[in-house]
Design a protein around this ligand. Structure first.
Ligand SMILES: Cc1cc2nc3c(=O)[nH]c(=O)nc-3n(C[C@H](O)[C@H](O)[C@H](O)COP(=O)(O)OP(=O)(O)OC[C@H]3O[C@@H](n4cnc5c(N)ncnc54)[C@H](O)[C@@H]3O)c2cc1C
Length: 426
């Protein structure tokens, strides 16, 4: 039987960042098992007929300059664009600046009055973003802080389309720092002094696509350290032996970035499968023969009539002359997706919303991200804590967006992987 000191599952950002951190410590007795034929996980890029698309729009906002520097040092010759974000909401036939809740003064008059009235009388509209939220769930939090007007027009339909669930099942902090809070004062101030700054007011994007950050990570992994098309099949926690699609492997410690509910099954941990709710996202990447709307990077679509919840324009990031879109549609975890039917519907919706206007589709790609957004609920948090504590007793660690059952960025993935490795005695 082969043996390895550190067995890493998944060659996405989390798995590769773990391997890179180990290499830096010269502790390179590790192997990364990747079930897919390529590295990158959800951070892959597709190039077709001159178009560059990620699996879904991936844009980067580094809070830690040392992380960004580390990556850039490993991307020689790669041009990285720094872009000032332009994002909108398509509502009632007009473009409203994002976030909706701070720009209600741009709505038609009757909608504006409803939203402002309900915001004023909302239960917690004056609660500051960092104050502990007394509400019970995400939907209640939205209503308590923003009132019915804003909820009915944007926050509820948009998030229901994205998460594909009843928002009352989500924890009140399900979106963490990614939720753009605004209190009554912020909203009123924004009417005369626009300040739509957010965590991603400017973003970076490599010209070769998101995969370039993954390649930078992979360049720090020892040669032969990744085994592609080798899936983890089961883990015997007591014997510390992993069975893969090719072999048995004894390990000292194991780091998994596989989706937690699946990994828990592979480890034969007893758990209730209904705890792990999530959505999947169908993405269409579409390339057209000529330019479309300029000056927008992505836009949100709350209308329930429209199939997609978000559309992005790569050509306005790359400043190229052919419209290059990503289109995202959310589905519940168990939904059967009829790809061709959805494709027809998406193309019709793009025409109806005026995004496509006589353009000719010249290239396309689609992918289902499954899972895409995990549903963070009280139950999932408690179960994840209970089961990961049990895994840690066997020196097994479940990390990353899906291993950690959380909402995070690739920078968070890198920080988590580094912190885990730093915590080990060499
Ligand atoms: C729609 C969408 C948009 C996003 N946009 C952004 C953005 O703009 N900016 C940003 O920073 N982040 C963004 N993210 C988040 C980002 O994609 C993730 O944080 C990151 O890709 C997660 O990396 P990971 O390695 O934790 O997981 P993954 O990318 O899921 O990698 C896990 C890997 O494990 C492999 N694996 C699973 N099971 C097994 C097994 N049994 N055996 C072997 N291998 C296995 C998988 O094949 C996969 O390669 C977005 C996510 C989504 C869904």
């Amino acid at each position: 039987m082969d043996s390895v000191r550190t067995l890493i599952i998944g060659a996405g950002v989390s798995g590769l960042a773990t391997a890179a951190a180990l290499s830096e410590r010269k502790d390179d007795d590790y192997v990364v098992l990747e079930a897919d034929r390529e590295i990158g996980g959800w951070c892959k890029t597709v190039k077709k007929d001159g178009f560059v698309w990620d699996y879904s729009g991936h844009f980067f906002h580094f809070k830690h300059p040392e992380i960004e520097r580390w990556l850039r040092e490993r991307m020689p010759g790669q041009r990285i664009r720094v872009v000032e974000k332009k994002s909108f909401i398509w509502f009632g036939g007009r473009w409203i600046d994002f976030p909706f809740q701070k720009n209600i003064h741009q709505l038609p008059r009757a909608d504006f009055i409803d939203c402002l009235h309900d915001l004023y009388f909302a239960r917690s509209s004056d609660v500051k973003r960092d104050a502990p939220a007394p509400e019970d769930n995400f939907k209640e939090m939205l209503h308590a802080r923003f009132g019915k007007g804003i909820c009915d027009r944007f926050l509820v339909p948009y998030n229901e389309k994205l998460y594909a669930c009843d928002l009352a099942t989500l924890d009140k902090d399900a979106m963490g720092r990614f939720f753009p809070y605004a209190d009554l004062t912020d909203v009123v101030r924004n009417m005369k002094a626009p300040d739509n700054a957010s965590y991603n007011a400017t973003f970076t994007y490599p010209e070769g696509g998101a995969i370039e950050y993954v390649r930078a990570l992979a360049s720090a992994v020892r040669k032969g350290g990744v085994s592609l098309q080798e899936g983890l099949v089961s883990v015997d926690l007591a014997r510390k032996v992993a069975t893969t699609t090719r072999r048995e492997l004894r390990f000292e410690r194991l780091v998994s970035s596989a989706p937690f509910h699946r990994f828990a099954d592979l480890c034969r941990l007893e758990h209730d499968p209904s705890t792990w709710a999530y959505n999947k996202v169908l993405v269409f990447n579409l390339g057209f023969d000529r330019k479309g709307k300029p000056g927008v990077h992505w836009a949100y679509f709350p209308s329930r009539e429209t199939s997609f919840y978000r559309v992005g324009w790569y050509d306005n990031i790359f400043e190229t002359d052919r419209m290059s879109l990503y289109v995202e549609i959310g589905f519940p975890r168990d939904a059967e997706i009829d790809g061709p039917a959805m494709r027809s519907r998406v193309l019709a919706d793009l025409e109806r919303e005026g995004i496509v206007a006589g353009h000719r589709l010249v290239a396309e790609h689609s992918v289902v991200m499954d899972p895409a957004y995990v549903h963070i609920t009280r139950r999932s948090m408690a179960e994840h804590a209970r089961l990961t504590a049990r895994l840690r007793e066997a020196n097994v660690h479940s990390i990353g967006r899906y291993g950690g059952w959380t909402y995070c960025s690739i920078e968070d993935n890198m920080l988590e992987a580094r912190a885990l490795v730093v915590g080990w005695n060499s």
